[in-house]
Write a protein that binds this ligand. Structure first.
Ligand SMILES: Cc1ncc(COP(=O)(O)O)c(C=O)c1O
Length: 389
């Protein structure tokens, strides 16, 4: 495995990076979900090749690109899809908003499992939908779905659409077949459309396996819009390439009609990058996963050793860790404590829902030396508090 590639530290300051430029050079940013690694060489080559042609006109229909996506989804996730089922979308957040606006009618219910990725809340507000929360629960050292509460919620509140996040940001669960079948069965029985955000599907660690919920049965396939992307997997989110898999022609037509004039032609560089990523970068991804898993293990053992008060269930997928700091009672809150006292920028757990109060989310998609420095800064800040006395 090529650890050197991921060990190099690249200065991202003054590159208009959201992650690096918001807090300035004194702060180590382990927050917004992009990684500090260079894109795979084959992706960079593909972009440079495209640059060699000096005309940057509109991208037309590219059947080969759609076939590349189908081959990727089948090879990585065992799900055979058809090019005609794919809608290209500039981003998964755009996809979630697109679904919310297409299928939510004024005031209809929109169900999420909190704590969850903050733009999911915003999408409900943008579309004027009624937000319904079915909180995840903690049990046996991991987050789980309380199916009775989920079903009660569905039966009482009658949501139009359920936004599933799998693998789940921020709790890092990769939901298993049993869980997905049960969720799917409840949604089918109550007529709830599923929108499954699977942007982290390629970032899953040993012992776990991603299953697209739509691949589990014909009924689920026809009742699900699946959102995937090249962006998290290959660290190219600034290129804005993602796709919706919508096997049900009726749902697809409705989305196309709502998206007319809003979802434009795909971006030429994004398409060139995605094609290279999905065909030439399997080895790079295998190395990335080994490196990230090493970071995850480094992080969880550091936490256990140095801050046993912080609870973190090792993520099964994603490069995000969800840290329960409630026992430390940090002031004014955990996010601001680490930002102000340790100079480490994390995400405030509260932005993932009210059950995220006292938590922070840490992005470990960075060289191990950066992760080690951040943890060291956090340790020094905590040592100055009275947690040990
Ligand atoms: C669950 C989830 N969905 C969507 C996104 C962002 O997707 P995009 O940049 O394609 O809009 C993220 C980024 O962190 C995410 O974690």
């Amino acid at each position: 495995m090529n650890a050197k590639l991921f060990d190099q530290t690249i200065n991202r300051l003054n590159t208009n990076s959201i992650k690096w430029d918001l807090y300035g050079q004194e702060v180590l940013p382990l927050w917004v979900a992009d990684m500090d690694f260079p894109a795979p060489a084959a992706v960079i080559d593909a972009l440079q090749n495209r640059l060699n042609h000096p005309v940057f006109g509109y991208q037309g229909h590219d059947e080969q690109l759609l076939e590349v996506i189908c081959a990727w989804v089948e090879r990585r996730h065992g799900w055979r899809i058809d090019p005609a089922e794919i809608l290209l979308v500039p981003g998964v957040v755009t996809g979630v908003n697109w679904v919310a606006r297409t299928f939510g009618k004024g005031g209809s219910g929109y169900l999420i499992q909190t704590p969850v990725y903050p733009p999911f809340f915003q999408a409900a507000a943008n579309a004027g939908l009624r937000l319904i929360e079915a909180p995840l629960t903690e049990s046996g050292g991991r987050y789980e779905i309380d199916f009775d509460a989920f079903e009660r919620c569905v039966a009482l509140e009658k949501p139009e659409v359920f936004i599933l996040c799998n693998p789940h940001n921020p709790v890092g669960r990769v939901f298993n077949r049993k869980e997905l079948e049960r969720l799917g069965e409840i949604c089918l029985r109550h007529g709830v459309l599923i929108c499954s955000d699977e942007i982290h599907c390629d970032l899953v660690y040993s012992g776990f396996h991603h299953l697209p919920i739509a691949s589990l049965s014909e009924e689920l396939k026809n009742n699900t819009i699946t959102l995937m992307a090249a962006s998290k997997t290959f660290n190219i989110p600034g290129l804005h390439f993602s796709f919706a898999i919508v096997p049900n022609a009726d749902l697809r037509k409705k989305m196309q009609s709502m998206g007319a004039g809003l979802i434009g032609h795909p971006e030429i560089f994004a398409c060139a990058a995605a094609k290279a990523a999905f065909t030439q970068c399997d080895d790079w991804l295998a190395d990335l996963l080994t490196y990230l898993e090493g970071n995850r293990d480094y992080l969880t053992s550091y936490l256990e050793r140095e801050f046993p008060e912080i609870i973190c269930h090792p993520p099964e997928g994603t490069y995000l860790a969800w840290l329960d700091c409630r026992r430390l009672d940090l002031q004014p809150d955990a996010y601001r404590f680490f930002l102000e006292q340790a100079r480490v920028a994390l995400n405030d757990g509260l932005s993932f829902g009210s059950n995220g109060a006292g938590f922070v989310r840490l992005n470990f998609g960075c060289p191990r030396s950066t992760l080690a420095s951040a943890l060291e800064r956090m340790r020094q800040a905590l040592d100055k508090t009275d947690r040990k006395g």
